[in-house]
Design a protein around this ligand. Structure first.
Ligand code: PMP
Length: 309
């Protein structure tokens, strides 16, 4: 049976439940301190094949395990457990549409921010109704936020944990307050880092450029995907390097990308028009190739997709 969104099924502590019955106590460290690590895993429905493809599952689970290790969670699950839970819960909902699957390891119980466990998991498929201003737009008017991205010296952006999103939030709220769609963060030394829930790329001439993984960014799966598609499929020139703020204003094209926002062009930054102020040619090529790939239509990248059904 198919369920409406408010009654969808969720994998919760080893059982498949109605989402309304998946409850965590208010004192659990995950509720109080954001003590959880998670993934947002994109799944694309291919209507020709009547198949749902989960994108780069291995890489998502490897990052989840890295996050859990860095934050010192007492982990009882394996990659195979993660995969089985995702497949079971999507099947239980009989979804035949694009999804973002939230797969979260959280500290339950009555401990504190220092607790290592008990670590539990939930897996919640979310039909891709876009939720925030950052994801709704065809193109973005961005600001450089006055807040800095967290750094490896205090709270590593490499860890995909709930608490890190409070840093994202302050930048995003500032952007919305001031009439922008979203923001770009600089890092602690004033160089370009990333968006609040996305990675930053710019194009100069025919060269695609993104900050290094040591410039205070998440080790994004989409970032890696785009680098490989741009260099190996589209044969574009690519540089991974530190980016100055003023280079952004002078870019020919720029975009933010991530599992949720895919590839979304940036039209302006701090009211400076980027290139023509519309989606640029290189951005468009990359976006099209990305969609081909995630939907399982790119023969050379079939190893990145896992059929759910
Ligand atoms: N940076 C941040 C801060 C994010 O939250 C996200 C979304 N997970 C990304 C980058 C993009 O990462 P991914 O491509 O793995 O979704």
């Amino acid at each position: 049976m198919k369920y409406d969104v408010v009654n969808r099924r969720i994998w919760f502590k080893g059982e498949i439940l109605n989402v309304n019955d998946a409850k965590v106590n208010v004192l659990a460290p995950t509720s109080q301190f954001g003590l959880n690590v998670f993934e947002g895993i994109p799944c694309y429905w291919n209507d020709d094949e009547k198949q749902l493809y989960a994108f780069r599952l291995d890489e998502h689970y490897e990052r989840l395990i890295r996050s859990a290790k860095l934050i010192q969670f007492d982990l009882k699950y394996t990659k195979e457990d993660f995969k089985k839970a995702l497949i079971d819960v999507v099947k239980a909902n009989e979804y035949d549409e694009n999804l973002s699957v939230r797969q979260t390891l959280f500290v339950d119980g009555f401990g504190s921010w220092g607790s290592e466990g008990p670590v539990e998991m939930f897996v919640a498929p979310i039909p891709r109704g876009r939720t925030s201003a950052e994801y709704n737009k065809k193109g973005l008017n961005c600001c450089i936020t006055s807040w800095r991205r967290i750094s490896d010296e205090n709270l590593s952006p490499r860890i995909k944990c709930g608490a890190n999103y409070i840093n994202s939030r302050v930048g995003q709220r500032e952007a919305l307050r001031n009439g922008y769609d979203t923001c770009i963060f600089l890092n602690e030394v004033g160089k370009v880092a990333e968006g609040p829930g996305s990675c930053f790329f710019m194009v100069k001439g025919n060269t695609v450029i993104t900050p290094r993984l040591t410039d205070s960014v998440l080790e994004s799966i989409t970032r890696d995907t785009i680098i490989k598609l741009a260099t190996e499929e589209l044969r574009l020139k690519f540089e991974e390097r530190t980016i100055d703020r003023t280079e952004v204003y002078m870019a020919d094209e720029a975009f933010l990308c991530g599992s949720s926002m895919e590839v979304t062009p940036i039209f302006t930054v701090d009211r400076y028009q980027i290139g023509t102020g519309e989606q640029g040619e290189v951005t468009k090529k990359i976006h099209m190739k990305y969609l081909e790939c995630v939907q399982g239509r790119l023969e050379s990248r079939k190893n990145w997709i896992t059929p759910v059904y």
